[in-house]
Design a protein around this ligand. Sequence first.
Ligand code: THU
Length: 140
Amino acid sequence: MEKAELVKEAFQAREMAYAPYSHYKVGAALLTKGGKVYRGCNIENASYTPTNCAERTAFFKAVSEGEREFEAIAIVGFMDGEKPDPEVYASPCGVCRQVMREFTDPKSFEIIVASDEEHYKTYTLEQMLPESFGPENLLG
Ligand code: THU
């Protein structure tokens, strides 16, 4: 799948964001190695801490459906009612990076941060989460 197509899916995922407190709406589109796309949005909570990021929503949806092999995730985030600034990207938070670490190969899993279908940057998880702690530390 083309990166631009995955970015488009992330924009569609963002439409479902529930962000009445921050008004910052995020969408993520997670591509499996089998070619399926799982969408996720941020889901906020009046008690704040139960808030779930878009990236984790996408991962938890996919893993709960039996998926374990992932290729890439596209992420878009910007304020409700505003246009995305092409120079500014929504970068995944540390907790979401650690969740990605659990289910992906950090050297090859791609994180695509996008402001629109023409403006995006791609990083490996290893670039975004160097010297990480993962399943091998416990399972060998
Ligand atoms: N958020 C995400 O969904 N993903 C990120 O990587 C960063 C933050 C959400 C959480 C919260 O609903 C809002 O953005 C503001 O932090």
